[in-house]
Ligand binder design. Sequence first.
Ligand code: NAG
Ligand code: NAG
Ligand code: NAG
Length: 363
Amino acid sequence: MSAFSHRFLCYSVFAFVLVLFFVLIHFQNEINKLRNDRQKYDLLIERYSQRLNEDELKSESIGDESENGAFAASVRNTGDDDTLIIYNRVPKTGSTSFMGIAYDLCKNNRFNVIHLNVSKNNHVLSLSDQSRFVYNVSNWSERQPSLYHGHIAFIDFSKFGVRKKPIYINIIREPLSRLVSYYYFLRFGDNFRPYVVRKRQGNKVSFDECVERKERDCDPNNMWLQIPFFCGHSANCWIPGNEWALQEAKRNLIQHYLLVGVTEDIHAFIAILESTLPRFFKGATKLYEKGVKSHLRKTYNKLDPLPETVEKVKQSKIWRMEFEFYQFALQQFHFVKQRTLISFDNLFKDKGNQFFYEKIRPR
Ligand SMILES: *[C@@H]1O[C@H](CO)[C@@H](O)[C@H](O)[C@H]1NC(C)=O
Ligand SMILES: *[C@@H]1O[C@H](CO)[C@@H](O)[C@H](O)[C@H]1NC(C)=O
Ligand SMILES: *[C@@H]1O[C@H](CO)[C@@H](O)[C@H](O)[C@H]1NC(C)=O
C-alpha cells in the first residue's frame, strides 16, 4: 500500500468518527428537547384536569342553590352514577304493581328501567348469555344508573370477573298462595293484560278439583320456584326437593340481596327501599299510598282452595321446603323493617340517622 493511500484512509476514518460524533450530539439534543416538551405537556394536562374538577364543583354548587334539593341531587348523579339494581322477579308475587311504581318514577328520578325478556320464558340463561348480560349491563354507560327486571334466576356477577356487583332486590310470597294465583292466572288471565289469551284458557277445573285428580298444573313440584330463583344457575338448584339448593338460596338471600320483601307487605318493602335507595325510589311510598298502581294487577276468578286441599298440599316435601325458605325471608324482612321504619296509622316513616361522627382527628 502506498504512503498516500495510507494517509487517505487515516483521514477518512478520522472524518467518519467526527461525523458520527456530531450526529450523536444532534440526537442527544433532540432527545433532551422531547423530554422537555413532555414535561411541559404533563404539566399542562395536570393543570387542565384540575381546572375541570374545579368547574364541576362550581356547577354543582350552582345547581344546589338554584334548584330544589332533590332535583339537584339527581342531576348531579347522572353520568357518573353506575348503580345497577337487579330485580329477578318470581312470577305471580305481586311484582307488577311494584314495577308500575318504578316506571312512574324513572323519569323524574332519572334512572333507567329495563325489562329483560328471555326467550321461551326460560329462567336459566346459557353460560355465554350470562356472560354477555353481565358485561353488557356493567359497561352500558348510556343506560346507567339502571334497574333491570326479568324472570331469571340469580346470577353471581363475581364469577365473570367484573369488579362491580349489582344490588339485588326481590319479593317473595307464601308458596301455596303463589301456586294458586298462578293456576288461575293460566286459566283466566288478569286485569293487567285481559286481551292476552292464556295457556289454559277455557279450562274450568278448579284448584281443588285439580288436586283431587292429581293433575299436572297443581303438582307440588310446581312450587319449586322461589328456592331455585334465589339459588341460581347451578344444576342442583333446579332439582325439586334438593336440600343443598335450599341452603344455597338462604345464603344468597343474605349475602347478595339488599332487600327481599313479601307480597303481603309491599307497602313496607317500598318504604324501606325509599329510605335506603332514595336516588331511585324517592316518592315511591307516596305513589303506593295514593293507590294509583297498588292494585294494578288482579288475577280473575281466583278461588281460595278448600281446607282439605290446603292440608293435602302441605303434606308435600316441596311445600315444606319452600315454606321454610319463605319463613326465613320473612324473618329477615321483619328484622330489617323493625330497625328501619316507624309505623303509625298504617303509614311508614324512616327512623332517620341514628349515628353520627365524633372525635375526628387530626384537627
Ligand atoms: C317477550 O318478547 C316476546 C317476543 O317479542 C313477546 O311476545 C312477549 O310478550 C314479551 N314478554 C313480555 C313479558 O313482555
Ligand atoms: C367492559 O367490557 C370489556 C370487554 O368488552 C371487559 O373486559 C370489561 O371488564 C367490561 N367492564 C366492566 C366494568 O364490566
Ligand atoms: C348493550 O346492549 C344494548 C342492546 O343490545 C346495546 O345497544 C348496547 O350498545 C350494549 N352496550 C354495551 C356496552 O355493550
